[in-house]
Design a protein around this ligand. Structure first.
Ligand code: HEM
Length: 508
């Protein structure tokens, strides 16, 4: 079968030899360096592991340089392993690099044919969606919902302490999803879930997990090898699952949430979107995809980033002690917990947050962008349709930019109090965060994330310390920071079992 695939691949490649190619269109320009050993038609596909592909790209960056061209079947992937190049290509040349590549599930099913803010082309409809998202994610929108974020931070701290007290070791995955999900649910639908066993929580998490899984590039082999797409479908039947999930599971759930939100008395964003629908600005399908995007984008990246932070900190009790001291100093002085607006009192906590996000990034590769026309970069030609991927994993481990990047050293950020949104909008010389993407498609949720993290961290460290799970002999069993669970779009720690233990010296 492999031989037939290879022969057929060769036939298809030869058949396409007459097409205009990069080389003959732009003879004076060079091609971006590409690792050797690419097969006809299949390219580098068989060289890239289905799990944690960024690690392979990282290896190639060291051999072939920071800008590499990887052939994923018929797709050209331009992978960027240097922050200045990412900035030049995705920000400075954003007018021609802000497309999204076609992906069977994301483009056709999840977006109900190109709707919503995340996976659509940068056209008028995307702009309308992005503006709507900014309404709730911009500074004004987040400030209006500050009471929601603060109360969810208090709720999750209580749940983690109770969960640990009642069960000993807890898998923190669902707890970490619950807090950011509730912020989105209350903002968008005026409702919240009350526990990790709440049927609504479980139903929504099912849709989030499905998107993270089906949205992974490896789930769309048909786009890499279109000549075999029918064979893939015959053997794997994935499209049937995608269709069933979208129309029988995701859409009915979100339709119900929107209808209930429009009818209830609580102010929420679903009501605003419903009014816009009555003014013919949006259709019902637009609102379903918008809300589903808010729930997906607003929950799992935040949850996985928090998971990494807390499993890392379970290895560093001395770092936790210093955070607790900083929080206690504020409480002693003010007799209350701080608000986000008082974050400048927490230089150590902020530097630990930044170092956790660098040390173990939740997204190894940002959401792919696409070149919408041919363009030149430093003598290289990047062709229309090329998929552009900043390799966050490599950027965060750069030996050029960081001393001993493999070590966890919060002090490297100690003089850097910039908020996440200040950082991502700063010039490349001072930008210190890479996990939120680049250019026009940069994550619009950065400020919300910053406010959520600050509140969750101060609530947790005012009340508790984080310890590894206990084994059957009562000894600490640390989460292995080198073992990752590749979820598709995100990379999470494996078996994230921890214990949140009430601080005996807690001041609140
Ligand atoms: C730690 C948490 C988060 C991380 C690491 C993260 C990361 C990212 C990344 C890498 C992108 C793609 C950027 C690009 O294409 O260059 C993105 C896009 C996006 N994010 Fe986030 N994000 C986080 C939290 C949030 C939150 C809380 C929201 C709120 C709903 C959100 C909403 C969005 C939206 C709507 C987009 C699509 C933007 C577009 O395509 O125009 N994100 N995010």
């Amino acid at each position: 079968m492999a031989t037939s695939f290879a022969l057929y691949g060769l036939y298809v490649t030869m058949g396409s030899c007459n097409n205009t190619t990069l080389d003959n269109k732009n003879l004076s320009l060079k091609e971006v360096p590409s690792p050797g050993g690419a097969l006809p038609y299949f390219g580098h596909l068989f060289k890239i592991p289905s799990s944690l592909p960024a690690l392979k790209f990282d290896e190639w960056h060291r051999q072939y340089g920071p800008l590499i061209r990887v052939k994923m079947g018929v797709e050209q992937w331009i992978v960027i392993g240097e922050r200045r190049i990412a900035n030049d290509i995705l920000k400075a040349k954003g007018a021609v690099t802000s497309g999204r590549p076609y992906h069977l599930f994301l483009s056709q099913y999840h977006t109900l044919q190109q709707r919503g803010p995340v996976f659509t082309q940068p056209d008028k409809r995307w702009k309308k969606n992005r503006t709507a998202a900014q309404t709730i994610l911009g500074t004004k929108g987040v400030d209006q919902n500050m009471y929601i974020i603060e109360s969810e931070a208090a709720r999750i701290t209580k749940m983690l302490l109770e969960g640990s007290a009642n069960n000993g070791n807890i898998n923190i995955t669902k707890y970490m999803q619950l807090a950011p999900l509730n912020v989105i649910l209350r903002t968008c639908f005026g409702k919240s879930v009350t526990s990790i066993d709440d049927p609504l929580f479980l139903a929504i998490v099912e849709t989030i997990d499905a998107t993270v899984k089906w949205g992974a590039p490896r789930q769309d082999m048909g786009s890499f090898l279109p000549a075999f797409s029918k064979i893939f479908e015959l053997f794997m039947g994935t499209e049937e699952h995608m269709q069933h999930y979208t129309y029988e599971v995701r859409n009915p759930l979100f339709r119900r949430l929107i209808q209930e939100a429009v009818k209830n008395d609580t102010p929420c964003f679903a009501k605003v979107m419903h009014r816009l629908k009555e003014e013919d600005e949006f259709e019902e399908d637009d609102i379903i995809v918008f809300m589903s995007d808010m729930v997906n984008a607003g929950t799992d990246p935040t949850a996985v980033t928090l998971m990494w932070a807390f499993v890392i900190l379970s290895h560093y009790p001395n770092v936790q002690k210093k955070i607790c001291d900083e929080v206690d100093e504020f409480i002693t002085m003010h007799n209350r917990l701080p608000h986000y607006s008082e974050r400048e009192n927490f230089p150590y906590l902020i530097s630990v947050q930044k170092e956790c996000m660098r040390y173990r990034s939740a997204k190894h590769l940002a959401i792919p962008q696409k070149a919408t026309q041919d363009f030149e970069y430093q003598g290289y030609i990047i062709s229309e349709g090329a998929v552009i991927l900043p390799n966050t994993y490599t950027l965060c481990g750069s030996t050029e930019f960081y001393d001993s990047p493999e070590e966890f050293i919060p002090e490297r950020y100690i003089n850097d109090l910039s908020s996440f949104s200040e950082s991502v909008n700063a010039s490349i010389d001072v930008r210190d965060q890479y996990t939120f993407g680049w250019g026009r498609r940069m994550c619009p949720g950065v400020h919300l994330v910053d406010v959520e993290f600050f509140n969750i961290w101060v609530h947790i460290f005012a009340a508790s310390i984080i310890e590894p799970k206990l084994d059957k002999d009562g000894k600490f069993k640390y989460v292995d920071l080198n073992r990752c669970n590749d979820l598709g779009i995100l990379v999470a720690p494996e078996n994230p079992y921890l214990r949140f233990v009430k601080r005996p010296d807690c001041l609140i």
